[in-house]
Design a protein around this ligand. Structure first.
Ligand code: B12
Length: 216
């Protein structure tokens, strides 16, 4: 069994990575812990890319391995208790960014906790986000961003939200590898994280506060 998923990803040893994940599932390792290790492996891949040690094509192949790992973990990640509807979330990777692995994880974890997720995909035009927000009136809007060039389109979107008096009707979250508290403040978001589970816990906390306010 591979002790270190990162080397398996970097060396594109798909069969070994998948076999290792399967045996960890069988021995009862927590799915979230395995996911965290796969996430770290992707960060290591990114570093190799940045250092010029691997190329774009190889980075793409590691993304395919990651998708297969996620498919193996999904049955463990999804809560089978069919929880009551807890709230709704519009999710998008904004214009200029095509990364979606983290967004998809966040969507899966939110759905498993009973949230209705409207996943608008990648490289999403601001008008689609705005129209969807007007139509479904979500409790949350989430942006997933992995490259800095997407910052401008997120700012553009939040300016539109303000201009159209939509901003007060939902909590705005931003997450993904390149996001920071500074970015959160820059675009006026309510929450920022590079961990999908933290995002889910934030949504659960806000919905619990809303419910207790309605009971008073
Ligand atoms: C895989 C990958 C790709 C794949 C993407 C495949 C796909 N379907 O997504 C491919 C090969 C297509 C790709 C393309 C490019 N990539 Co790329 N890519 C990566 C890599 C290696 C991994 C990203 C990833 O999936 N990580 C795993 C996931 C699970 O992590 P995550 O997204 O952060 O998500 C977690 C949390 O952040 C959270 N989360 C995610 N979203 C949200 C949202 C909310 C609201 C919340 C609460 C939480 C949350 O949930 C997840 C689990 O906890 C990163 C390296 C890195 N350090 O991230 C580079 C990286 C992001 N890519 C980079 C670059 C430069 C590119 C390209 C421009 C390369 C090129 N020359 O063309 C293009 C982008 C084109 C574009 N316009 O978007 C740079 C970005 C640098 C920067 N600072 O802007 C990085 C950092 C690599 C590097 N070090 O140089 N890439």
């Amino acid at each position: 069994m591979l002790e270190d998923l990162s080397s398996g990803f970097i060396e594109l040893k798909k069969d070994e990575v998948l076999a290792s994940v399967k045996s960890r599932i069988e021995r009862g390792d927590e799915a979230l812990k395995i996911l965290e290790d796969a996430h770290k492996a992707m960060i290591a891949v990114g570093k190799k890319f940045q250092e010029g040690e691997i190329y774009l094509g190889e980075m793409l192949l590691t993304a395919e391995i990651f998708k297969e790992v996620l498919a193996l973990l999904e049955p463990q990640l999804v809560d089978k208790r069919s929880p009551e509807a807890r709230g709704s979330v519009v999710l998008a990777t904004p214009k200029g960014d095509i990364h979606d692995l983290g967004k998809n994880i966040f969507a899966t974890l939110l759905s498993s906790q009973g949230f209705k997720v409207y996943d608008l995909g990648v490289d999403v035009d601001p008008s689609l986000v705005v129209n969807t927000v007007k139509e479904v009136k979500p409790d949350f809007v989430g942006f997933s961003a992995l490259i800095t060039t997407a910052f401008a389109s997120m700012k553009q979107l939040t300016d539109i939200f303000e201009k159209e008096s939509l901003r007060g009707s939902f909590k705005l979250m931003v997450g993904g590898g390149v996001t920071t508290p500074i970015l959160k403040d820059h675009i006026g978001a309510d929450f920022q994280s590079t961990n999908a589970m933290d995002g889910v816990n934030y949504c659960l906390k806000i919905m619990a506060e809303k419910t207790s306010q309605n009971c008073v």
